[in-house]
Design a protein around this ligand. Structure first.
Ligand code: 4AD
Ligand code: MG
Length: 478
């Protein structure tokens, strides 16, 4: 009996009157008698009952919020309300003190903004414990989903010389002395002298390399960090985020939509089953938060209902053109309630438009397809109308775009022509074009923004709260 038992296991224990060792961090200590102890294995604390009359006063003083302790004692049926079992302490050892005057996390409600400033400690709150356990389950479920279907997990490079999306939002990677880089005769920075012998950047997407893998392995997926230097200070954007990108040979856009919908439902269901307590806690948290809002701004469904609803309903599938018609005729558009009025065909949808379609019009997840080619990346398959491409975006309630994908242009001539039109350098992407030269075939894939998925499943409102240490403009703390 020298091993500790995790609190989750103790709370579920069928046996009582057994000796146990439990370790964790003190949440509260009341009446010199009751310690609420948490070790992160569950949102629930275990109650430790201290025999204060027979415990050294100096030791009692060191049982403070935030301290790490080890308790040896007996697991007994609890006499008090609120818990089935508790631990009657025989011996308490302080592993790490925590000065209550200085410890930033007090046993009270802190704002999410404040907790972001102490992100190194926020894991110790109920909310963030729940979020990161759910995040973990979702990541595991993503792998399980693809592994069960025979996909190969492919590690695409983090450092690359290409900008897969062609949006010019890359972070440069260099080992030049940036104050004094080598110059060419024309006075330009001489990247030939740089570490890789060319200008390089952090990847914005593993898709292009993913396509190379799919052209041999058939079904691949990536799951890794991606980086975008877009200066958008929003609740939906990060400069460093994790993306899942499956790519499947011989799939068309319909297969691609089926795969994405199946995957989203699978991972949401996995989290619902695996993290029932955490999601119940997050559901209550959201209800509390929404009480602060005026009635008409509160969601019609609770978090739990929203997740269940997403599992029970087919996602609505329609084209961009059909969506524009709906938006043009919509009440908010006619009453000039949209910040960006929907007038003609061809412009990108704003998040207010996406949210109207999902939350007001269809009231369920929506997949929009066949966008105008002008607002989409060069690699998407061109439709016969000469105007649209085989793109798909999945829009989720409260989130907007959660998945972006397409069937790829596998016809060399069409692809080259589009690259020329969009100013994408063909010589640099010679290896990508080779797949269209040697055994090209129809294929399709998509990218799921992992943090947007975690946002949806946890019901949180800001993407900075669902990744341990968020990276955004003017912030790289921790
Ligand atoms: O729509 P995006 O830009 O598509 C791609 O990168 C494609 N190469 C994917 C593919 O077809 N393989 O990004 C995909 C998803 C978005 O739908 C969104 O969920 C997420 O990535 N995303 C972001 N998430 C957080 N912060 C950002 N700055 C994001 N930009 C995109
Ligand atoms: Mg997109």
């Amino acid at each position: 009996m020298s091993q500790r038992t995790k609190i989750k296991a103790l709370l579920e224990s069928e046996q009582t009157d057994i000796s146990v060792i439990v370790k964790g961090w003190v949440r509260t200590f009341r009446n010199n008698q009751f310690i609420a102890l948490n070790d992160g294995s569950t949102n629930n604390n275990i109650q430790i009952v201290v025999d204060f009359e027979n415990t050294d006063a100096a030791l009692l003083k060191r049982i403070t919020t935030g301290a790490a302790i080890s308790v040896t004692g007996t697991l007994i049926a609890s006499l008090g309300k609120g818990q089935k079992v508790e631990v009657k302490a025989k011996e308490i050892e302080i592993l790490g003190d925590s000065d209550p005057e200085k410890y930033p996390l007090q046993p009270k409600k802190h704002s999410l903004e404040f907790l972001r400033e102490i992100a190194h400690l926020r894991f110790r709150t109920n909310t963030f414990g729940a979020i990161f356990r759910v995040r973990n389950s979702l990541a595991f479920a993503v792998h399980q989903f693809f592994q069960e279907r025979g996909f190969v997990y492919l590690h695409t490079p983090i450092i690359t010389a290409s900008d897969a999306e062609g949006a010019g939002e890359t972070f440069h990677v260099t080992n030049f002395d940036i104050a004094n880089p080598p110059k060419t005769e024309n006075g330009e920075i001489d990247y030939k002298e740089d570490f890789f012998g060319k200008a390089t950047n952090l990847t914005v997407s593993g898709q292009l390399e993913g396509e190379l893998g799919a052209m041999a392995l058939s079904d691949i997926y990536t799951f890794g960090p991606t980086f975008r230097a877009e200066n958008s200070n929003t609740t939906r954007h990060l400069a460093e985020f994790w993306m899942i990108e499956p790519e499947v040979a011989f799939n068309d856009l319909d297969d691609n939509m089926d795969l994405a919908e199946d995957m989203l439902k699978y991972v949401i269901k996995y989290a619902l089953d695996k993290n029932a307590d955490d999601i119940e806690f997050l559901t209550q948290r959201l209800l509390e938060e929404e009480k602060q809002k005026p009635q008409q701004e509160r969601s019609e469904m609770s978090l739990l209902e929203k997740l269940q609803f997403c599992l029970d309903n087919n996602f609505e599938r329609l084209t961009y053109t059909e969506a524009i018609e709906i938006l043009k005729e919509s009440t908010p558009n006619k009453k000039k309630k949209f910040q960006y009025p929907v007038e003609g065909w061809g412009t990108d949808l704003q998040s207010e438009h996406e949210r109207y379609l999902v939350e007001k019009h269809f009231k369920k997840p929506v997949i929009l397809t066949d966008y105008p080619k002008e607002i989409k990346a060069f690699y998407m398959r061109q439709n016969d109308d000469g105007k649209t491409v085989r793109a798909m975006d999945i829009l989720f309630p409260g989130i907007g775009e959660i998945v972006g994908g397409s069937q790829r242009e596998e016809r060399l001539e069409k692809l080259e022509q589009r690259m020329d039109e969009m100013g994408i350098p063909k010589d640099e992407l010679w290896w990508y074009l080779d797949t269209r030269r040697f055994g090209a075939c129809p294929h399709a894939g998509f990218g799921l923004g992992f943090e947007r998925l975690v946002l949806f499943v946890t019901g949180m409102g800001n993407i900075r709260d669902v990744i341990p240490f968020p990276r955004y403009p003017k912030n790289a703390e921790f």
